[in-house]
Design a protein around this ligand. Structure first.
Ligand SMILES: Cc1cc2nc3c(=O)[nH]c(=O)nc-3n(C[C@H](O)[C@H](O)[C@H](O)COP(=O)(O)O)c2cc1C
Length: 157
């Protein structure tokens, strides 16, 4: 990484963000998750969301192939999900992890702050990442407090 890239990374890290886990299905039907903080609302009128996923992530091709995914915005008690799904070479899912089905083939994390059901609309390549724009077909939320990512650490709000 160049010093400019390092500076850019440190600078972006100063912005507190929410944390989400995007879930897709593997070929054998197992849930596969990736921790992300680059996600935002594209439009409410045309309910849609944008996420940015590294081309080197296992999740990348799973999203392309499945065309659908779940997105769970984590609450402050769900740090363990964020940590687990930010590791490559994921081991077996811990038994304590609980998922619920929102739509056919779409799983989200139980009790997460916000649960989105998403259907891929279009994709755009940006260097080493792909932007996935998806239509939101279902959304649930509760009043728990969000998990926050700031300067490479997780915090409660
Ligand atoms: C707080 C946090 C936010 C992250 N945000 C993203 C993101 O927006 N997009 C991305 O591609 N990776 C992001 N990552 C890195 C992925 O979680 C990580 O590379 C993961 O191991 C990829 O999993 P997979 O290869 O099994 O799909 C983030 C990691 C952390 C800890």
């Amino acid at each position: 990484m160049t010093s400019f890239e390092e500076n850019l990374k440190i600078s972006w890290g100063k912005i507190p963000t929410g944390v989400a886990v995007l879930t897709t299905l593997e070929n054998n039907g197992d849930v596969h998750g990736i921790t992300i903080n680059s996600f935002f609302s594209l439009s409410i009128k045309k309910p849609s969301i944008l996420v940015s996923i590294s081309k080197s992530a296992t999740s990348h091709d799973l999203i392309v192939n499945n065309g659908i995914f779940g997105l769970s915005v984590l609450n402050s008690e769900q740090k363990k999900y964020a940590e687990f799904f930010s590791r490559n070479n994921q081991e077996k899912l811990p038994d304590e992890f609980k998922f619920i089905s929102l739509n056919d083939g779409i799983y989200v994390i139980e009790n997460s702050l916000i649960q989105f059901s998403c259907e891929l609309d279009f994709i755009t390549s940006v260097s080493d990442h792909t932007l996935f724009a998806a239509n939101v077909t279902k959304v649930n939320s509760n009043d728990s407090s969000p998990l926050v990512w700031h300067k490479s650490n997780f915090y409660d709000l």
